[in-house]
Design a protein around this ligand. Structure first.
Ligand SMILES: *[C@@H]1O[C@H](CO)[C@@H](O)[C@H](O)[C@H]1NC(C)=O
Ligand SMILES: *[C@@H]1O[C@H](CO)[C@@H](O)[C@H](O)[C@H]1NC(C)=O
Ligand SMILES: *[C@@H]1O[C@H](CO)[C@@H](O)[C@H](O)[C@H]1NC(C)=O
Ligand SMILES: *[C@@H]1O[C@H](CO)[C@@H](O)[C@H](O)[C@H]1NC(C)=O
Ligand SMILES: *[C@@H]1O[C@H](CO)[C@@H](O)[C@H](O)[C@H]1NC(C)=O
Length: 495
């Protein structure tokens, strides 16, 4: 967690290159826009060759000197900035202030690394003070509808860090496939993955993702969505799903998790026990969206249970019955939870610290939902306007950029309950071939909205900075798609 707090201001300080700049925008623009950025009047322009550059952790930084997260960040950013490895012996730590004004560029030899070419920069003397507007700045990847190789996830985490995203919402399983290898229930992925050998995340893969994220100040929140969206769980967990009926006989088709048998709750207790220990974050995402009641309605045992419980014909009450038990189980494991908005809409009794994830768009009605959720005293996360898997011709990043998460009627106390939001990349039409260009730089629009001051909203200014940032991404080997007509000095090389 510590890295998350420090990384932002750190990045802010680093991204002011004045040369090797791009033709697309003003050189040295920062994305996302810092909270405060100032070049003192009469301040100089410095030539910064690699040998005079220094990273330093601020005094009083929560992590202290020698912190692994910061050290690792310094190691990563050195080659990103200078195109050469960070020297093991420190360079000349001369006074970083200078009054040079030179417009020249730039590869030169590092004096202590003969033969290695480093970039050097001209930097306007600049002070940046930075902090995020919202604490939860997430990105959802869906690894059930298509399997994403580990490498694609790790690369996405890298680019998330460049954008100051700090939560990876891993929608790891769903109806189509179950790629999570469970140690408690190995049959789930053996029977439920697209391919149990090649299309799975082993325990070691999961640890790799969590550690890669941690070093970049990113929390990993896994989602095990129930009671709907669980078809792929069925083959590996006999008796878990509801048998659907055609008239008086089972049709052979299965519906949501069967909420009326005790074995269901034994199963979810064991599964979430495992998940809680594998994923160290305090929060789990428990889903709870889009439960289709037709199968439950068809099943005579479920109908009998409904009568017995006095639920009448209200299947939302049955769903709530399940969700409430699930939430109690997860609470007893010492975890907090995030749920999709239906859980709130269906009046499930929730712990006061539950986070409600708003995803239904309905035009602008999602803002009413934000108002309703916060009026009830719950924390809210916004995703409804940020389904980046949806694409259209033109500059659709602008729609995402113009969203104002607090633009709903409500008290300051209500606004304070908005934790932030998440960009979502659902996987129906996305796999490793198009993930990166579809995400970047479009998700950057969401990143800036969640990071920068609410007054930062000028689309022309954002265009210029985002176009330049996209060129930076290309230079770093990220296959980010163009915003519009133009070029980068250094185009994507496929490296
Ligand atoms: C750097 O300073 C010059 C001269 O004051 C100015 O024209 C330029 O826009 C500044 N660059 C940035 C990135 O602020
Ligand atoms: C950090 O603390 C040392 C010792 O008190 C001081 O000399 C130095 O100027 C401080 N650095 C910053 C960046 O505040
Ligand atoms: C299911 O559990 C409940 C509560 O623990 C218990 O009262 C009930 O008898 C159990 N039902 C069966 C079929 O085991
Ligand atoms: C918000 O709550 C009001 C009052 O209960 C209700 O009429 C409205 O439909 C809710 N809005 C949404 C988007 O659910
Ligand atoms: C955001 O900007 C406005 C206007 O410049 C300023 O009044 C406000 O304090 C800023 N918010 C934060 C959190 O810095």
């Amino acid at each position: 967690m510590g890295g998350g707090a420090l990384q932002p201001s750190l990045l802010g300080l680093l991204l002011l290159p004045r040369c090797c700049c791009t033709a697309a925008g003003p050189a040295g623009a920062v994305w996302p826009q810092p909270q405060a950025q100032r070049s003192p009047l009469g301040g100089g322009r410095c030539l910064v060759p690699a040998r005079r550059f220094r990273f330093a952790a601020a005094n009083g930084s929560a992590v202290g000197p020698g912190c692994a997260v910061l050290d690792a960040a310094f190691q990563r950013y050195w080659p990103l900035l200078f195109g050469c490895p960070r020297p093991t012996s420190p360079g000349d730590n001369g006074d970083p202030h200078c009054l040079l004004l030179i417009m020249a560029v730039c590869p030169m030899s590092c004096s202590w690394l003969p033969g290695v070419l480093c970039v050097q920069y001209y930097i306007n003397e600049t002070e940046i003070v930075d902090f995020p507007r919202f604490p939860h700045r997430g990105l959802l990847l869906d690894t059930s509808r298509h399997y994403l190789p580990l490498r694609a996830i790790l690369e996405t985490l890298d680019v998330m860090a460049y954008n100051k995203f700090n939560v990876f919402h891993w929608h790891i399983v769903d109806d189509p496939s179950f790629p999570y290898e469970s140690s408690t229930f190995p049959e789930l992925s053996k029977q439920g993955a697209f391919n149990a050998m090649t299309h799975v995340y082993t325990a070691s893969d999961v640890r790799t993702v969590i550690e890669h994220a941690r070093l970049r100040g990113i929390r990993v929140i896994p989602e095990f969505d129930t009671p709907g969206h669980t078809l792929s769980w069925g083959p590996g967990a006999p008796g878990l799903l509801t048998p659907c009926y055609l008239g008086a006989t089972p049709s052979g088709v299965y519906g949501p998790i069967n909420p009326i048998v005790n074995s269901t709750y034994q199963f979810v207790t064991s599964l979430f026990q495992e998940v809680s220990s594998v994923f160290p974050d305090f929060f789990l995402h428990l889903g709870g969206d889009e439960v289709d009641f037709t199968c439950w309605k068809s099943n005579p045992e479920i109908r009998a249970f409904m009568r017995e419980m006095g639920f009448g014909e209200d299947y939302k009450k049955l769903e709530s019955f399940y969700i409430q038990r699930l939430l109690n189980i997860v609470s007893s494991l010492g975890k907090g939870y995030i749920v999709w908005q239906e859980v709130f809409d269906n009046d499930v009794k929730l712990r006061p610290d539950t986070i409600i994830h708003v995803w239904k768009e309905n035009g602008m009605l999602y803002l009413n939902e934000m108002a309703n959720v916060t009026r009830a005293g719950y924390q809210a996360l916004l995703s409804a306007p940020w389904y980046l898997n949806r694409i259209s011709y033109g500059q659709d990043w602008i729609e995402a950029y113009k969203v104002e998460p607090l633009n709903f009627p409500g008290s300051p106390e209500q606004k304070a309950l908005v934790m932030g939001g998440e960009a979502c990349m659902w996987g129906e039409y996305v796999d490793v071939t198009n993930l990166t260009p579809r995400l970047w730089p479009r998700a950057g629009a969401v990143a800036e909205r969640l990071w920068s001051n609410e007054t930062v909203g000028n689309v022309e200014d954002a265009y210029a900075r985002l176009a330049e940032f996209r060129c930076t991404l290309l230079r770093r080997g990220v296959q980010a798609q163009p915003l519009f007509i133009g070029y980068c000095d250094q185009e994507f090389s496929g490296a």
